[in-house]
Design a protein around this ligand. Sequence first.
Ligand code: ADP
Ligand code: MG
Length: 234
Amino acid sequence: MIQIKDLHKSYRMGSNSLHVLKGINFSVKEGELVAIMGSSGSGKSTLLNILGMLDVADSGEYILDGIPIKNLNETKAANYRNKFLGFIFQSFNLINYKTALENVALPLYYQGVGRKERQAKAMKYLEQVGLREWSHHVPSELSGGQKQRVAIARAMVAEPKVLLADELTGALDSKTSYEVMDLIQKINDQGNTILVVTHEDDIAHMCKRIVHLRDGVIVEDKEIEQVRASQYVQ
Ligand code: ADP
Ligand code: MG
């Protein structure tokens, strides 16, 4: 589903340059649930933003579902982004004056889907995240966990190939974080490919594979069984 090869990224600030990604290689198969873990500043969000086509690498290859991303022009890139990728952020990024249902339906609106179909699909995904009864509430009437569930439904509504989550539990207490991760596992069990960026061990351990980023390089990449096995040895 995702293949990246020798990815580099620097940020330029005035005459200075900060080399953030220093040759990243990895791939993700369909149906995986991968944590990209690492301490703050290690380059996790930078990597996720490139995978999510919100930013571009300076060099290296990125192939998404068989398509080399750097050959796409801006319009095509935007189309691929909308079709292939769903985003979930720490800060939910919901629209305050719109109901849960309207928030979830929004990506379909931008894709030109008709009102009836938009509403039906949005309701279907709200049900999937357990918020059927809350469809007509606005974000200020929802708890943090509920808001994140709305954001998850919104990320899924256009049926993307890959869900990308950046610190999706960062604004939630630990109990709510585990509930949201349970939901992520359930969605993955249905076959969805999901990448979860997190600096929290507990959250990473709820994924099937952990890719550990340190100072812009991958220092470890293991299936969860391997991670657990090596922890018992210690
Ligand atoms: P993480 O998500 O792992 O905390 P980031 O990818 O956000 O790390 O950031 C990696 C490094 O790049 C940090 O030192 C950060 O300050 C810097 N950085 C991130 N975004 C930008 C930007 N737009 N411009 C300049 N520096 C940035
Ligand atoms: Mg980050």
